[in-house]
Design a protein around this ligand. Structure first.
Ligand code: BES
Ligand code: ZN
Ligand code: ZN
Length: 494
């Protein structure tokens, strides 16, 4: 999308859709009042005959008002003037884009008047996030089915201030798109080695990337992660991404670990076919960690961060691991694999152990589309947070509130530890159906070696068909990138 910032009184255009914010129950103010004056009261007359009160999500079209040479002026509800913050303007601007994107205009002309530069930048972020599309495999779509709007013009009293405020947010939008693309790519294209290759391309941002193959992982004793990939013709990979932005490149890093199951058939414990295609998104945790590293590098975050991705495909095969197999993890602990579909925790077990052994990080946060049970518990808009550390949890919940990527803390009751006792090994990889997300988290906790740790079960939020959030078009969300970028920025950059 082409983006430009221009002055507040820039001329209107016939081929652009102008959009102006109106606060709830305030009448027309600011830029809306100015345009109303230029159009001889056309906006106020439209409001007086419509059910439009300026609430977020409401829009009102005024077509071809006389006096300004604009084909269309869209009034966009912005909610109450009090509390009109970055999140609100982002959402309102995204609604504006969603309303006009297929209406024939080529440009969305956001008329912001004297809105502050950082809020103007957030409005642009909202439009960009809303404009995400994945078109790579469409060859026959008719042009009239595609969005007509391909450019955004923002008219604001301080265009140069808004331009520089948008610079950091632009990298964040690119990072979210990077994560969304990874989640959307089909599994015949994006298998572990291809995922690793795409991550290696991020070296141009200043990230250091290493890829471990099966031989290296076998030498390290990663029996759990390798067991998951045993039935796949694709080679399992472990990606290690480092960002050294702190003044001291040796300073203790933060660590993020992602589940990257490029496709989860369930393995020998095969899933039922209904909806199995959605398991192409089972690498949403690894995608979010990749997007986070992208975002941190693109804004040159002043902190050292490690991202680790366990990249693997879970397939049934003559060589696949069987229910009842016992694997030895890198930690030395043994696991009875009762259900080969509970593979995410096996991936994380070795990735987390490797991470804490090699990097001795301040803490580890893992992201994983781990359990269907967390969707039963929390629904599709909220991800589960499990943690052994109240301070880390509080910081994550604060970042969650600020970005609208909602987390809800779940318990880790010690009395449930017995649910994963095994008769033949140190533990089994599944507990009973009830509390399935909790026993999964308790399993993972056994591989953090006492470090402060948080586990985000993002199975609900990584992929949303039929999303109703305007900044998230249906499909891959990139959930976690914005949340963790904010979490790092607020707490660890001095
Ligand atoms: N990848 C799935 C979890 C999942 C389900 C993610 C729905 C996104 C949407 C995970 O590997 C899995 O299969 N979990 C099982 C665990 C069970 C066998 C204990 C589940 O949730 O059913
Ligand atoms: Zn599974
Ligand atoms: Zn899975």
């Amino acid at each position: 999308m082409k983006i430009e910032f221009v002055g507040a009184e820039a001329p209107f255009s016939e081929t652009a859709a102008a959009a102006v914010f109106v606060h709830e129950k305030e009448g027309l103010q600011g830029e809306a009042a100015r345009i109303d004056g230029l159009t001889n009261g056309a906006l106020a007359r439209a409001v007086s005959v419509a059910r439009f009160s300026g609430g977020i999500g409401q829009t009102l079209d005024v077509l071809a008002p006389a006096g300004i040479g604009a084909g269309r002026v869209l009034l966009v509800g912005a909610g109450p003037a009090k509390g009109f913050d970055a999140n609100k303007i982002e959402t309102a601007a995204a609604h504006a884009y969603q309303t006009v994107k297929a209406g024939g205009a080529q440009t969305l002309d956001l008329r912001l008047g004297d809105v502050a530069p950082d809020l103007a930048a957030s409005a642009v972020l909202g439009v960009r996030l809303a404009s995400y599309r994945f078109d790579r495999y469409r060859t026959t779509e008719k042009p009239e089915k595609k969005p007509s709007v391909s450019a955004l013009s923002v008219s604001v009293s301080d265009p140069s201030g808004a331009t520089s405020a948008y610079e950091t947010l632009s990298g964040l939008a690119d990072a979210v798109f990077f994560a969304r693309d990874l989640v959307t790519e089909p599994a015949n294209i994006l298998y572990p080695e291809e995922f690793a290759r795409r991550v290696k391309e991020l070296a141009h941002l200043g990230l250091e990337i290493e890829i471990l193959g099966e031989k290296e992982m076998a030498a390290l004793g990663m029996g759990a992660l390798l067991g998951v990939g045993q039935g796949s013709v694709r080679e399992t990979q472990l990606a290690v991404i480092q960002w050294k932005g702190a003044a001291d490149p040796e300073a203790q890093p933060l660590a993020f670990v992602g589940k990257g199951v490029c496709f989860d058939t369930g393995g020998i414990s095969l899933k039922s076919p209904d909806g199995m295609e959605e398991m192409v998104t089972d690498m949403g945790g690894a995608a979010a960690v990749s997007g986070l590293m992208y975002a941190l590098a693109s804004r040159k975050a002043k902190v050292n961060v490690v991202g680790i991705l366990g990249l693997v495909e879970n397939m049934p095969d003559g060589n696949a691991q069987r229910p009842g197999d016992v694997v030895t993890t890198m930690s030395g602990q043994t696991v009875e694999v009762i259900n080969t579909d509970a593979e995410g925790r096996l991936v994380l077990a070795d990735a987390l152990w490797y991470c804490q052994q090699r990097f001795k990080p301040k803490f580890m946060i893992d992201l994983a589309t781990l359990t269907g049970a967390i969707i039963v518990a929390l629904g599709k808009d909220v991800a589960g947070l499990f943690s052994n550390d109240d301070d880390l949890s509080a910081k994550l919940l604060a970042a969650s509130g600020a970005t609208g990527e909602t987390l809800w803390r779940m318990p880790l009751p010690p009395q449930y530890e017995r649910l994963i006792d095994s008769a033949v090994a140190d533990m089994k990889n599944v507990g009973p159906r009830y509390g399935g997300s909790i026993s999964a988290a308790l399993f993972i906790q056994r591989f953090v070696n006492g470090l402060p740790w948080a586990h985000l079960d993002i199975a609900p939020t990584a992929f949303k068909p039929g999303s109703t959030i305007p900044t998230i078009p249906s499909g891959a969300t990139g959930f976690g990138v914005r949340l963790l970028d904010r979490f790092v920025a607020e707490n660890y950059e001095g």
